[in-house]
Design a protein around this ligand. Sequence first.
Ligand SMILES: [Zn+2]
Length: 275
Amino acid sequence: MKFSDEQIHRYSRQMILPGVGGKGQRKLLEAKVFIMGAGGLGSPAALYLAAAGVGTIGLADFDRVELHNLQRQILHKTCDVGLLKVESGTRTLESLNPGVGIQTYSERITAANIREIIKGYDLVLDGSDNFPTRFLLNDACYFEKKTLISGAILRFDGQLSTFKPHAGGPCYRCLFPELPPPGVVPSCQEAGVLGAVAGIIGILQANEALKEILGLGESMTGRFLMFNSLNLSFYEVKIQRNPNCLLCGDNPKIKDLIEYPQSCQGNAAGPSLPP
Ligand SMILES: [Zn+2]
């Protein structure tokens, strides 16, 4: 594949980076990244991945744009209220970079379709806002051996990690074995979220995705990052695969995807881990 003049011009500032070059840019153009949710995390993540020239971006969201989304979901504009988020998101990403192919999934992501959908992608970004989807995505990525870049936000806090159990690292269930009971962790709807926190965590997810594609730097696998925006602090704990994990442990109990009832929907970030 030869670069067009337009591509060389567009990507010049990253193609001159050590470790990227034409070879890295080609990897980006050939990469396929699936983003769960075109919301607070998925919006900034998708924008930076499209800007960098990630060749195929899958965008899954069954919601429509509402006015209260616009405080943080920067893929969408006031004139998009009422549109499907994947329609509005596609329009924004295509206007940013027409060279990127956007695949959209406006149906609900369930145990019945998730494995088939992520099969075609190299990487999965979790920008979901609820625990049933978070666990479903973790389990599907485990079974399909896909790297999962996980982000979560609530109020003034955020979390980030990369799960690669197929490469020996932990999965999300190694940390949080089961869904918290409904109501234990408040949702963004109940507790609120600062828009910029979504931006910071979503951009960190994009950063990790670019690193994974380019094979640069140190992966976030085995590391769990917590961010507090009020005192502007990041702290990180090392995490390991749990041999008793229900999913990726030595004697796994979970052999197939579980469809969690929607009644326990509505949660975002997991509990903080002790330093
Ligand atoms: Zn595990």
